[in-house]
Design a protein around this ligand. Structure first.
Ligand code: F6P
Length: 320
């Protein structure tokens, strides 16, 4: 029986379940047997899977996290691990694997594809840091989660005339910080892509806005930028404004996916199975100008994602 597999790998992201659902339903409609492998590549290595049917993905489109669980698999980075995964694929007559995850997961998909198992990557991460795709599943939900969290923090900062330093995720990129920072009207957005001068770009800005009557300040910092605790202490010392630090943490990863993430996950899951049905592998699904397309994995991994400098500059121009 023609069989395909689906798994989620790396950090969970809202919308992964919607992608699994689309893969399973499309696969079954196209006549495949579909297996859901548990805990990322570990499931492939250990032969840990569940047989999927149309109803096994009922009632998950609105849930965060991933019903197939996820993991980062060090064993899959070894030749031995890859060989075990290939064994599992052969035993179960698996012709294709759909992997929902980030760059690390796509490297695994490339390694498997090079050894004869067609793999398709789907970008799923709240970081939006996959170079070949302008969008990754989970980003919009996470931006909204961060924004809503900072809205609450703002109430307190406003009530106490304080400065609030809020650290958001993003790994070593600032896309999540940029979009959530604009959404919550941050005074400063600090990201790893743009060097900054503490005295001029942060303290100077706070003090000059204070001169216009502004009394509370929100500084959104991407986690890869600096030590936010130290930053908060420095801001307080240099401005004399009471400053508090909040690390949003895993609150950003969970939660019900919003409409955009459900729609994009459905489109990408559908496209992934269309490719496998045509016996095509070693591709990553991506979004370009709002359209769904696909790239060779090696080519995709070699791409660089530009930081949205225009948006960043605009944010600072209007945060006055
Ligand atoms: O890739 C998603 C992400 O949440 C990053 O923003 C963050 O740096 C990382 O995962 C945290 O990973 P872990 O779940 O291993 O703590």
């Amino acid at each position: 029986e023609k069989t395909i597999a689906v798994l989620t790998s790396g950090g969970d992201a809202p919308g992964m379940n919607a992608a699994i659902r689309a893969v399973v339903r499309t696969g079954i409609v196209k006549g495949f047997r579909v297996l859901g492998f548990m805990r990322g590549y570990n499931g492939l290595i250990n032969g840990d899977y569940m047989e999927m049917n149309l109803r096994s993905v009922s009632d998950i489109i609105h849930r965060g996290g991933t019903m197939l669980y996820t993991a980062r698999s060090p064993e899959f980075k070894t030749e031995e691990g890859i060989q075990k995964a290939i064994e599992t694929c052969k035993e179960n007559n698996i012709q294709g694997v759909v992997v929902v995850g980030g760059d690390g997961s796509f490297r695994g998909a490339r390694d498997l594809s090079q050894r004869g198992i067609n793999c398709i990557g789907i970008p799923g991460t709240i970081d939006n840091d996959i170079a070949c795709s302008e969008y990754t599943i989970g980003f919009d939900t996470a931006v909204n989660t961060c924004m809503q969290a900072v809205d609450r923090i703002r109430d307190t900062a406003q009530s106490h005339d304080r400065c609030s330093v809020v650290e958001v995720m993003g790994n070593n990129t600032g896309h999540l910080a940029l979009h959530s920072g604009i959404g919550c009207g941050a005074t400063c957005i600090l990201v790893p892509e743009v060097p900054y001068d503490l005295k001029k770009d942060v303290v100077g800005r706070i003090l000059s806005y204070q001169g216009t009557g502004k009394k509370h300040f929100i500084i959104v910092v991407a986690e890869g930028t600096c030590n936010t605790n130290a930053l908060a202490i420095q801001i307080q010392a240099l401005t004399n404004i009471e400053t508090r630090e909040t690390v949003l943490g895993y609150i950003q990863r969970g939660g019900s996916p919003n409409a955009k993430d459900r729609v994009v996950a459905s489109q990408m899951g559908f496209r992934a199975v269309e490719l496998l049905a045509q016996n095509i592998g070693n591709r990553v699904i991506a979004m370009k100008d709002g359209k769904i397309l696909d790239y060779d994995i090696t080519e995709a991994l070699g791409m660089q994602k530009p930081f949205e400098m225009d948006l960043y500059n605009m944010a600072h121009d209007i945060s006055i």
